[in-house]
Design a protein around this ligand. Structure first.
Ligand code: HSE
Length: 343
């Protein structure tokens, strides 16, 4: 049985979700692919825990929840952090889930480039580095002959990048139109069903832990714009940059506008559009009962193709275990490609 050693960078909601899904699925991976998946290192923003024999998934989550710092993990906790963790452990695949940074993409960009230089495959849920440096990152992965997988960066657990690249490769994708942000969809859905105003609905969403304390990236359309750039590059082959996307968020949407739209049979949704001549995130009217009529934190996307017409997908757009599940799917692609020998 071959060991597959993973390093998890970032131990917030998604990182902890990874520990959970690895615990749940590692026996399956042994049976299906003959690999023994081991978490050999985990780092948060200021400390880490490193053990080449593998770490206990439940203990990692307990230590983080109860003490806030991974360095408190018995025996193997450490003050080593950031890029140094990648030198301090022997790993095969980096699972990178640090917070998205749309200003300079750090630390995700440096961590990823360092892992590539070390000859390691990388699976990420991050958006900032892909939205700002797509070509540079993909070029570096190619140069170092490693795999770089990022299904989890768009739409949480909703399949979209792998769907287009691996399930529909006979097709040319001509456009993708969809709802790519769960937080804003939740807010707009609540404003619609309850007739509440934007400010109060946002506050309530924050209280429920759905919207972030600083909701700017979601409500101003920045998060959806990053995803638009990632889809443009990875699915449509358009060398788009973040600044190419026309972005408008939902903070100016009033309950009156939603009500008037409703009387005419329409909903207001934050729609992302990706096509050769159109990169836009903005609130738009969509027909009630159409594929865009989804509630809560769901995401959806209609992929228009040359041969297969329209293919529409939807799924949970955020969440700890759901996003981690998309990362585990990418890790399984890495396993199938590099570690699995069917004899
Ligand atoms: N904050 C995002 C959303 C999830 O609300 O959809 C991460 O991409």
């Amino acid at each position: 049985m071959k060991d597959l050693k993973v390093c998890i960078m970032g131990f917030g909601a998604v990182g902890q979700g990874l520990a959970k899904v690895i615990l749940l699925k590692k026996e399956n991976l042994k049976e299906l692919y003959g690999v023994n998946l081991k978490i050999v290192s985990v780092a948060d923003s200021s400390s880490s825990v490193i053990c080449s024999d593998g770490l206990d998934e439940n203990e990692l989550i307990r230590i983080k929840k109860e003490t806030g710092k991974l360095k408190n993990y018995p025996e193997y906790g450490s003050d080593i952090s950031g890029l140094d963790v990648l030198d301090a452990c022997d790993y095969d695949v980096l699972l990178e889930a640090v917070p998205t940074n749309i200003d300079d993409a750090e630390p995700a960009k440096s961590l990823t480039l360092k892992a590539f230089k070390q000859g390691k495959d990388v699976v990420t849920s991050n958006k900032g580095h892909l939205a700002l440096f797509y070509d540079e990152l993909l070029g570096a992965a190619k140069e170092n002959k490693v795999l770089f997988k990022f299904e989890a960066s768009v739409g949480g657990t909703m399949p979209i990048i792998n769907l287009a690249q691996e399930t529909l490769p006979a097709n040319k994708v001509t456009s993708i139109v969809g709802i790519l942000n769960g937080t804003t969809n939740y807010i707009l859905s609540r404003m619609t069903s309850e007739g509440t105003n934007y400010e109060n609905t946002l506050k309530e969403s924050q209280h429920l832990g759905i919207a972030e304390t600083d909701p700017t990236q979601d409500v101003e359309g920045i998060d959806a714009a990053c995803k638009t750039v990632i889809l443009a590059n990875s699915v449509l082959g358009i060398p788009a940059k973040y600044d190419d996307v026309k972005v408008e968020g939902i903070s100016n949407i009033t309950s009156e506008a939603i009500e008037i739209a409703g009387q005419e049979g329409y909903l207001i949704k934050l729609i992302a559009e990706v096509s050769e001549d159109h990169l836009e995130v903005s609130p738009r009217l969509v027909k009630k009962g159409s594929a865009f009529d989804i509630n809560g934190t769901l995401n959806m996307a209609t992929v228009t193709t040359d041969l297969s017409g329209e293919v529409t997908v939807r799924g949970i757009g955020a969440g700890s275990v759901e996003t981690a599940a998309a990362m585990l799917t990418d890790l399984i692609h890495v396993i199938r490609e590099k570690y699995y020998v069917d004899d």
